[in-house]
Design a protein around this ligand. Structure first.
Ligand code: UDP
Length: 328
């Protein structure tokens, strides 16, 4: 491998992508960030070169591959809200699938065949057994998960037919922010649980709604496996190194194996912030599943990866520090 290899990070100005960019830079790679800034933030690019443009614009991509010696591509760009995908599925199918196809076409045309893809635990659908292993059947129940699943299928065939090598990383719930609070989560509108709760503390939102308290769980609220965004970032780097060393493709869960309920997250936020956080019960959100929890064993064993920052205290404290100091 070349010294300081160039890695194209599509969507590198977004929440998870910007953490991956910093992690790559710290590990001696040269990240190039392709982002149209429709959802990403210029301020989130704290290292590497920002190349502003759209992934559906093949000429934009051609220029990048012609002007750089890219060793691999990480693809974070795309729409990422379960609820929105239920109310407006068209933008999910159009945006997520067409940008992935254009990016893959440009890569292969320019002889770049190492690809790390942001997939999701939403590709599994309703769990028939828990914790979820990578071999669990995939039958997504919302368009967001379905677009991720379709792209996984595309990758499998591109591997067989075109020699693409990929890792599809099935994230559970990305959470937290960089420990120095320089970068963090910033969506507009914000729908994710932890930033909604913390935004209630800072007065951005009036109260937090708990979507459903009649699920078959111990306190009636949904269970999710929260994984710190810096742990996701390190997993991407390790997955890329694994592809480069092994010339192989694989699917990996990225979670911790521990699930917390919506109420437990609320309690953790109350403890961290010292605030009494107003909440109300609300109807279930369409597309939500009762429980999602990972078996992360494959990533731990094969990628030699370990979640380091994903205990709930570190997640909440880093998210709270970010919420108080955020610049975007
Ligand atoms: N949730 C909630 N109130 C909110 C936002 C989310 O009760 O304002 C619940 C949501 O129904 C799910 C969990 O919190 O059970 C995590 O939701 P989030 O949108 O953060 O991530 P998702 O699991 O949908 O990817």
């Amino acid at each position: 491998m070349k010294k300081h290899p160039e890695i194209l990070v599509a969507g590198g100005a977004g929440y998870i992508g910007s953490h991956a960019v910093r992690d790559l830079h710290a590990a001696g790679f040269t990240p190039l960030i392709a982002d149209n800034l429709s959802k990403g933030h210029r301020e989130a690019v704290v290292c590497g070169e920002l190349l502003e443009g759209d992934l559906k614009d093949e000429f934009f991509l051609d220029r990048i591959f012609e002007n750089h010696s890219i060793q691999g591509v990480m693809h974070f760009a795309g729409k990422c809200f379960v609820g929105e995908s239920m109310s407006d599925p068209a933008i999910y199918y159009e945006e997520n699938i067409s940008s992935a196809l254009t990016l893959l076409r440009a890569m292969l045309k320019h002889g770049v065949n190492n690809f790390i893809f942001s997939s999701s635990c939403a590709t599994y659908g309703n769990p028939v057994s828990l914790p979820l292993r990578e071999t669990h059947p995939q039958d997504p129940v919302n368009p967001y998960g379905e677009t991720k699943y379709f792209i996984e299928r595309i990758l499998k065939h591109y591997d067989r037919a075109y020699g693409l090598r990929f890792c599809a990383l099935r994230y559970f719930n990305a959470a937290g922010a960089s420990l120095d609070a320089r970068i963090g989560e910033s969506h507009d509108p914000e729908t994710h649980l932890i930033p909604r709760i913390l935004g209630t503390v800072t007065g951005k939102f009036e109260k937090i709604q708990i979507f459903g308290d009649d699920y078959p769980t111990s306190d009636g609220t949904c269970l999710r496996d929260y994984i710190h965004v810096s742990d996701l970032a390190s997993a991407h780097r390790k997955a890329l190194l694994w592809i480069l060393e092994n010339d192989a493709s694989e699917f990996f869960n990225l979670g911790t194996g521990t699930a917390y309920s919506v109420r437990q997250i609320l309690e953790s936020a109350q403890k961290t912030t010292g605030a009494e956080i107003p909440f109300e019960k609300a109807p279930r959100r369409p597309g939500d599943l009762t429980e999602l929890v990972a078996d992360p064993g494959r990533a731990i064993n094969i990628l030699d990866w370990q979640p380091e920052y994903s205990d709930l205290d570190t997640i909440m404290e880093s998210a709270w520090k970010w919420e108080r100091h955020r610049r975007y």
